[in-house]
Design a protein around this ligand. Structure first.
Ligand code: 1GP
Length: 254
């Protein structure tokens, strides 16, 4: 599925470890669903959440956002429209390099039986289906440049974030994303609290090709509007989707 980012201004973050609201119709006004959380996520609950959303809204773009290669399988890659993997600029090394190498190592894993056989490095998939199968899979895996700006969040703890960035540094990370790393998404993450428009405005100055997302504490239409007016392409709404579907409806832009 090709995503037309110009048509996407509201994204729902569905935590696969939390129960879904009884009525999924609440998702009607959202433009894209990201399936991911920071606690108790598994490959199985991720797949179940992706399928529930796809069953209710077959044309809804659904991305998986894993925090470990253990959440990613051939099935999740094939069921989700994309697998968006966070690269946390202000996190520890594991969250900018380590987990990514783990993930791609997993995808192209060399089977035990071929070790030491003198054969070139081949993975399970290459062995069974050829190199094209690997490139098909990796096409659906994209990077998201992240800055995690709320130190009290689980996202900060799990990604080894000890200091937040100044708006100037956020702008620098945005520029690095656009001009150097080439991730298609830059994400200002305030998970659990509202961070206001400052970082978004700082980042937006440098982003032309890159999609700018903001998430954290969005619980009203005025917050959505403030963030979009500051230059974000879309807001990401998480907590209130699970906790308060009525408030969630109010976050959808008109
Ligand atoms: C979390 O950015 C998202 O990853 C959304 O944040 O849960 O605070 O809405 P909230």
């Amino acid at each position: 599925m090709t995503i037309d980012w110009d048509r996407i201004s509201h994204i729902t973050k569905v935590d696969p470890a939390k129960p879904l609201p009884s009525d999924l119709d609440v998702l009607e006004g959202t433009d894209l669903v990201l399936v991911g959380g920071s606690d108790d996520v598994t490959e199985a609950n991720t797949l179940a959440a992706i399928r529930s959303v796809k069953d209710a809204f077959p044309s809804m773009p659904v991305f998986q956002e894993p925090y470990s290669s253990a959440h990613v399988s051939k099935e999740t890659i094939e069921t989700a429209d994309s697998v968006a993997v966070p690269a946390v600029y202000n996190g520890d090394r594991n969250h900018f390099v380590g987990k990514h190498v783990d993930l791609f190592t997993e995808v192209g894993r060399k089977p035990e039986s071929l070790l030491g056989s003198g054969l070139p490095v081949v993975g399970d998939l290459i062995a069974s289906k050829g190199v094209d199968a690997i490139s098909e899979l990796t096409t659906n895996v994209i990077g998201e440049g992240y800055v995690v700006q709320h130190l009290e969040s689980t996202a900060a703890t799990t990604s080894g974030v000890e200091t937040t960035y100044t708006s100037e540094q956020v702008a620098g990370a945005a520029l690095a994303t656009e001009a150097f790393y080439g991730f298609p998404i830059f994400y200002v993450e305030y998970s659990g609290t509202y961070g206001g428009p400052e970082d978004v405005a700082a980042a937006a100055r440098y982003l032309e090709e890159t999609t700018l997302l903001y998430g954290g504490g969005i619980d009203s239409q005025s917050k959505t509007s403030e963030i979009l007016a500051a230059g974000a392409d879309a807001v990401v709404v998480g907590d209130c989707f699970h906790d308060d579907p009525e408030t969630f409806r109010e976050t959808i832009p008109e």
